[in-house]
Design a protein around this ligand. Structure first.
Ligand code: GDP
Ligand code: MG
Length: 287
């Protein structure tokens, strides 16, 4: 049977390596500081219906706006369809406590039109933080399948395996498409370049990705353009981030509730403060 490529992608410290270990049964070192995964780690996972997956644990990255070597590893893989590791499925791992920030990268990967599953990890923390999620709504708005996982409690992993084995059903539709990011800007370029290349192209230019691995001839005519419009493109990049956060905020407004009154975490902290002996002194001196 066919072996499919599954790439684990996400911000540092969201639990990628923990998910990798849960899927592969391997025991890679789980970090207590960001960036412990410096290289890609690989393993194999047997899935329902005889599907075999080749799992790649990638270094943590905050966005596809590359600023570090780690991030370049991810970008170069995602922009190169001919890479032997090019993912059939991108599993974006996020941390339920930092969804907003984590979803920035998720929307960028979606917009590369790669089949994507969103893992919301650390679900064991939801009670403590008073977080509840409308998974169905989030799946609809983000155009994706979601696995709510806790690698600590070992929950949601078999659901994740099933979602991966059903990878053919995953949507390749983006969240915000290139033309939504900056219509006017792209309209100017429309005549010059084929539509589906625009977003990739834009990534390549703004991020200074070494695009030797991407279909090189498609970008050759751009060298000139690239040097001329660098400042414009930086601005465009900032605009892109703002648009993405607007989109994410809107989705989370309905899809996520954070009820501080119900947060165990807060109640525990409050209890600690109220029972702290300091209050004894305060009362003593007050009297
Ligand atoms: P990576 O940087 O994305 O590879 O994340 P790691 O797998 O190294 O995990 C980062 C930290 O999150 C570690 O301290 C893990 O123990 C912790 N962690 C991972 N999964 C969970 C989870 O499901 N629940 C909780 N509470 N912590 C987790
Ligand atoms: Mg890791």
């Amino acid at each position: 049977s066919k072996q499919i490529n599954v790439a684990l992608i996400g911000n540092p410290n969201t639990g990628k390596t923990s998910v990798f270990n849960a899927l592969t049964g391997l025991n890679q070192k789980v970090g207590n500081y960001p960036g412990i995964t410096v290289d890609k780690k690989e393993g194999v996972c047997k899935l329902p219906r005889g599907v075999k997956a080749h799992i790649i644990d990638l270094p943590g990255t905050y966005s596809l706006n590359a600023s570090s070597l780690d991030e370049n590893v991810v970008i170069e893989l995602l922009l190169n369809k001919n890479d032997k590791d090019f993912p059939d499925v991108a599993v974006v791992v996020s941390d339920v406590e930092n969804l907003k920030r984590n979803l920035l990268l998720f929307t960028q990967i979606k917009d590369l039109e790669i089949p994507t599953i969103l893992v919301i990890n650390m679900s064991d923390r939801m009670d403590y933080k008073g977080i509840s999620l409308d998974i169905e709504y989030l799946e609809k708005e983000l155009n994706t399948k979601i696995a709510l996982v806790s690698t600590r409690k070992n929950t949601g992993i078999s659901e994740l395996k099933t979602l991966i084995s059903d990878y053919k059903k995953l949507s390749t539709k983006g969240c915000l498409n290139a033309s939504e990011i900056d219509k006017a800007y792209f309209e100017n370029l429309q005549n010059a370049f084929p539509d589906q290349l625009l977003y990739k192209l834009w990534l390549v230019i703004t991020q200074d990705v070494n695009f030797g691995t991407v279909e090189r001839q498609e970008f050759d005519s751009l060298e000139d353009f690239k040097t001329k419009s660098k400042a414009d493109l930086k601005r465009l990049q900032q605009k892109e981030t703002i648009k993405r956060y607007q989109f994410i905020n809107n989705v989370l407004k309905k899809g996520q509730t954070i009820d501080l009154k119900n947060a165990k975490d807060l109640r525990i902290k409050l209890d600690r403060i109220l029972t702290h002996k300091v209050w004894g002194y305060v009362i003593f001196f007050a009297i």
